[in-house]
Design a protein around this ligand. Sequence first.
Ligand code: SF4
Length: 187
Amino acid sequence: MSVSEVHDLLERLCNLLRMEMRTFGLKFGLQPVQIEALTYLTQCNRYSDTPQAVTEYLGLTKGTVSQSLKVLEQKGLLRKQQDQQDKRIVHLTPTTKGKKLIEQSIPAKGLEAALKMTGSSKIRELKEILRATLRGMQHNNKRKTFAACHTCRFNEQHREGYICGLTQEPLSRQEIRLICREHQYPA
Ligand code: SF4
């Protein structure tokens, strides 16, 4: 199969996933960008839950993201909290209502149904191929990786637990599964 064929297939899949997400969001009066921002905020860590990080992750303008965050806050799906140490920083935390909404939307029902008959070893293989492709594209485009903390070169495992080598702060078992804007793969 040629790279163009792979491109076409991925594009079709992404379109279908986006369409399903759009239909889901509209039931709650939400635009796709608003659902995408809320999804990201349910998956990111405490260093990555700022308006700037959402803007970088989605690759959109500051204005678009700021409008989207305002709508999410008005709908009670998100709340803003000032950082305890640095008052200039604002953290965006999904409310219980916001988290429940995203839990209902992921994974997309169409994808779940389509993969039902696929064995777990094939799904694992597919995941590895997609992960490697994503990593390659991020590297080539010089984009931030926004990957899970446990795969980061700064993640340190000590006897007492995990530490972020960049901030020297402890990380919980749950936090190392989250995505981070400072993430870097080992060389
Ligand atoms: S170890 Fe890496 S991914 Fe984890 S919090 Fe630190 S910089 Fe972020």
